[in-house]
Design a protein around this ligand. Structure first.
Ligand SMILES: C[S@@+](CC[C@H](N)C(=O)[O-])C[C@H]1O[C@@H](n2cnc3c(N)ncnc32)[C@H](O)[C@@H]1O
Length: 278
């Protein structure tokens, strides 16, 4: 069974107050804290899309509490940090300079990805499904840009779409300290066989023509031997209802203790992220 991180009750209440003050939800709106954890993201709240509002409203507090939770569970060291000022500066630069035709990466997910990389400080990363770089930038954020907080060795960003990869190169090329990032237009299935490991950080956000989200598991199985012990695998979109069937087998694989020591679902927005620790 996976560990599940959901927004703390006090963070939800605080966000709800902010939304009421801003007139975005009615004064008598409430959140049903008594619903079982794994159903809280279903409609336990009367507003039609509370999670998407929450992901924009309380993301600083959510991510602070997620970092504290990871320390408490012993997943990250007690002295792990996330530089919020560096994140804010990077975010301002990305929003001003990047061209992104569309993305499902929400504000809280941007911050979660950045925080996880800050806490882990990976050296050798591979992202599959780079598209125009709008998820990759938060993953490599702590090791690039003017406010980088550490130096990483290598980052590969792979996408089968050559135009999107070119856009990702243009986007990422506008940031400082990106020499360690290699953006490659290639089928991920080939790239994971060709590229030499080891990797200590893997990010999955592909959607294959034939396999759909089933491609995550195919890629992960091919990469598994190249992932260091203690390495992290992040899978985006994991709670999106139409993908549930395609992710079934993936989740069984990463939640099997023989494959990964721990697997954690971050149920912080309408897309979700599964972090699996080898
Ligand atoms: C949902 S998008 C990724 C979104 C992106 N992570 C973002 O920043 O918002 C899925 C991507 O998977 C890519 N893709 C599909 N099949 C692939 C494959 N076999 N190898 C590599 N990339 C693939 C697509 O070209 C597309 O850019």
């Amino acid at each position: 069974m996976a560990l599940i991180y959901t927004c703390e009750n006090q963070v939800i209440e605080m966000a709800l107050e902010k939304l009421k003050d801003d007139g975005l939800v009615s004064r008598d709106a409430y959140f049903n804290h008594d619903a079982p954890q794994n159903l809280r993201r279903e409609v336990t709240y009367r507003d039609f899309d509370f999670l998407s509002r929450l992901s924009k409203t309380a993301n600083v507090e959510t991510i602070r509490s997620a970092l504290a939770w990871l320390k408490q569970k012993g997943i990250v060291p007690q002295d792990a940090t996330c530089d919020e000022r560096a994140f804010d500066e990077l975010r301002r630069e990305v929003k001003a300079k990047f061209t992104i035709p569309g993305t499902s990466v929400t504000p809280v997910m941007e911050r979660l990805l950045y925080m996880l990389s800050s806490a882990k400080r990976p050296r050798r990363m591979i992202g599959l499904g780079t598209y125009c770089g709008n998820a990759l930038v938060w993953i490599v954020g702590p090791s690039c840009g003017r406010g980088r907080v550490y130096e990483a060795e290598k980052v590969y960003g792979i996408d089968i779409d050559a135009d999107a990869t070119e856009r990702a190169r243009e986007n990422m090329g506008q940031l400082a300290h990106t020499d360690h990032i290699d953006l490659i237009a290639e089928d991920g299935l080939r790239a994971v066989e060709r590229l030499a490991g080891p990797f200590d950080y893997v990010y999955l956000d592909v959607e294959g023509k034939d396999l759909g989200k089933g491609l995550y598991l195919e890629l992960l199985k091919r990469l598994y031997g190249k992932i260091e012990k203690g390495g992290w695998v992040l899978a985006h979109d994991i709670v999106v209802p139409p993908f549930a069937k395609e992710f079934d087998e993936y989740l069984r694989y990463v939640r099997n203790k023989e494959n990964f020591g721990e697997s954690i679902l971050f149920d912080v927005d309408a897309f979700g992220l599964e972090l699996s620790v080898k």
